[in-house]
Design a protein around this ligand. Structure first.
Ligand SMILES: Nc1ncnc2c1ncn2[C@@H]1O[C@H](COP(=O)(O)OP(=O)(O)O)[C@@H](O)[C@H]1O
Ligand SMILES: [Mg+2]
Length: 228
């Protein structure tokens, strides 16, 4: 395949009178980590949701692997998300009745991976993110920091082509945040996933190959690529 793995072109989203996103274009290549920065309310989550096919933009197009996805049915976009995308929501959004381990194994189970293998892969990721000792805790009883790490593990467990992470370190201390960022960057380096990382912290963005800034729903063209 030539061209970017994921591309948004001229994206626009309005919520009533609010223009959350205006004419934003952004593309990602395989193996690339891109940070989306911007203050609260600037449109970062809206951009992420459009690119991930969670939200259909009012204007513009989104393509994955050369194929338009924004005009596909809800069912096809859900299926694409399950197979090819990993999404870390800003507030975790785990299934509260399931254990942390079951939450991470869930995408694999939905993809028909056997229970044993799914559980093994989920447990290994929880260990890597240093939350393995809480694996049997119900998600509804877990701390914010545990939920956030488990949401990251759930997004990575099926080796997706694209990982979307919305403020994935917001509830973590800096050492644990570092662990999460390393796991996200390793996914890009080792498996060639594209990683789109939303943050308002410069230290988080410094892990990315490239950073863009959203301001009032528009991409700030004054943002320069980060070095190193
Ligand atoms: N579902 C929604 N309904 C109404 N307004 C929304 C909705 N989602 C986002 N917005 C508005 O769109 C703008 C961008 O929001 P968002 O993308 O969540 O910003 P960020 O993630 O940068 O904090 C904000 O003004 C926000 O209030
Ligand atoms: Mg947000």
């Amino acid at each position: 395949m030539s061209g970017p793995l994921l591309a948004g072109l001229g994206l626009g989203v309005s919520f009533g009178e609010t223009a959350a996103l205006e004419d934003v274009s952004l593309s990602l290549s395989a193996g690339e980590v891109v940070a989306v920065m911007g203050t609260s309310g600037s449109g970062k989550s809206t951009l992420l949701h459009c690119l991930a096919g969670v939200l259909v933009p009012d204007r513009g197009e989104v393509s994955f692997a050369g194929e338009r996805i924004d005009n596909q049915s809800d069912r096809r976009r859900s299926d694409l998300r399950l197979r090819s995308f990993g999404f870390v929501p800003q507030f975790g959004d785990l299934v509260p009745e399931l254990t942390l381990l079951e939450n991470v194994a869930l995408p694999l189970r939905l993809l028909q991976v056997g229970r044993r293998e799914a559980t093994g892969r989920a447990a290994a990721l929880l260990d890597e993110l240093e939350v393995g000792s809480a694996a049997s805790r119900r998600a509804g009883a877990a701390s914010g920091g545990q939920v956030q790490r488990v949401a990251v593990a759930r997004a990575l467990v099926h080796c997706p082509s694209v990982v979307f992470a919305d403020e994935p370190t917001g509830a973590l201390d800096s050492a644990t945040g570092e662990l999460v960022l390393e796991a996200l960057v390793a996914t890009a380096r080792d498996r060639g996933s594209a990683v789109l990382l939303v943050t308002h912290e410069a230290v988080v963005a410094s892990h990315a190959d490239r950073e863009v800034v959203v301001r009032d729903g528009r991409l700030d063209l004054l943002a320069f690529p980060t070095v190193g």
